[in-house]
Design a protein around this ligand. Structure first.
Ligand code: FES
Length: 187
């Protein structure tokens, strides 16, 4: 009786040991790679993966935001030549034109004292997305050469996300420029 009980206990102990060794085979690769206890390695791997993922996700998000902060605007010159430029949100079309060497005068530099920054919005739907012109802008527009239903002063058209794809035609002439031939240099 005593002998058979001892044999039974011995068999259970061997079974238990074999389970332990099976488990240690499973965790062995991780412990060998790092030379650290298993419970320290696993959180480190998760931390590394999180860092990798968050860095990649942040940089793609940044690129996306950068693109969203600019809109695409096409200036159509007097000769029909089209120039597409990227305009940062908040920038006026006059500034955008000057930055991209587009011939839009802007003699008063945006102080609503001339009509040399006259542009024609080519798409009525886009025109309707603009803020209404102020009385001062309307007064200056009345002096503009070749006024149309969708004319605006370029210094008063400010880039905003809804205006992405805006197309602006430059009129064939401007009044102030024709008077004395003075052509202000882009800033
Ligand atoms: Fe003179 Fe726009 S630059 S009104």
């Amino acid at each position: 009786m005593f002998a058979s009980k001892s044999l039974q206990l011995g068999a259970q102990a061997i079974k238990g040991l074999s389970r332990v060794s099976h488990f240690s085979r499973l965790v062995a690769p991780a412990t060998i790679i790092s030379r650290k206890p298993y419970f320290q390695v696993v959180p480190n791997i998760f931390h590394f993966c999180w860092l990798l993922f968050s860095t990649t996700a942040t940089s793609s998000a940044d690129e996306g935001n950068e693109e969203k902060e600019k809109i695409s605007v096409t200036f159509v010159g007097k000769d029909g030549e089209e120039t597409e430029v990227k305009v940062p949100i908040g920038m006026s079309m006059l500034e955008a034109a000057h930055q991209n060497d587009i011939e839009l005068e802007g003699a008063c530099e945006g102080s609503l004292a001339c009509s040399t920054c006259h542009v024609i919005v080519m798409d009525v739907e886009q025109y309707n997305k603009l803020e209404d012109p102020t009385d001062e802008e309307n007064d200056m527009l009345d002096l503009a050469f070749g006024l149309t239903e969708t004319s605006r002063l370029g210094c008063q058209v400010i880039a905003k996300p809804e205006l992405d794809g805006l197309r602006l035609a430059l009129p064939a002439a401007t009044r102030n420029f024709a008077v004395d031939g003075y052509k202000p240099k882009p800033h």
